[in-house]
Design a protein around this ligand. Sequence first.
Ligand SMILES: [Zn+2]
Length: 296
Amino acid sequence: MATLDSVTSDICREMDGKVFSMPEYEPGSTEPPFHVWCRTTTVPAFGDEFDHIGERAARDPDTGKTCYVPVDMKYQEWKEKFVDERNKSNAVQVPQIRDETIRKVNEEFSQVLHNSKSTPISDKMILYNEVTEYQLNEGMNGPFVYNPELDVIQYNPSALFYKSCDMNFVQAHELTHRMDIIEYHSWVNKKFLQAIEETRKKVYDNSDKIKEWFSEGGKYDTDIALADIFSSLSNGELNSILCGGHSPGYWLEDRTYVCMEIFADMAGIDVLEYDSKAEFYGILEELYRAYREVTG
Ligand SMILES: [Zn+2]
């Protein structure tokens, strides 16, 4: 039984509703997980007289909220009935966000996305932006975070740096984390990992130039996204010459963080057309090539 929403992976769409006998049980082939962060689960099959009884949960594409559809409705039928039909008659759907402040911020971001150059990743981001839920969490330290367990973007207006955030960038960044976890899987992509290792040395070799970029009046002096990329490539060692970045402890805690943050930072720079995109053809050349392969 796959999750019914618009970002369900191809393999899970395909496997949804299939019935297997117990001797065929094999994780990864007849049994989830079919991929990293797989949301598909198994349910018992009772045969025809029972299978049509009851309802199953699905994501309403209009509101982004959970709704219930007949239990024997498979992914393709759900998509045809609830997504394709409505897309024919309606323009873009934005999830209803109750909080006034975040709704405005999200509407602005949606405008920016629609005005951005159409690329595979910006097109996908438009789709994800329509179906991703926002949730207030006043208990967390950071202003924004994508929470993969709850599959929501959490925000905290009372967090220290909330007001100084570039709201378009944080939304692009956190949405990319969701896209990465559900679809791209940057952290297992051999070319992306290899490009990270190749670029590390280049960053140290160019540390004088980088220091100049981030010094006051330098050409990227407030570019948090680019700073975070150099921070991750140096495991935080260059943080003192940058305008921001995660701590060394964070980078060393889990290797996948390096990949996922670089990937999300690059997507933000790319989709929002930051000036630092020029470095995609300079010091970040190999990384950009790998990123382009991951995003299609
Ligand atoms: Zn992040």
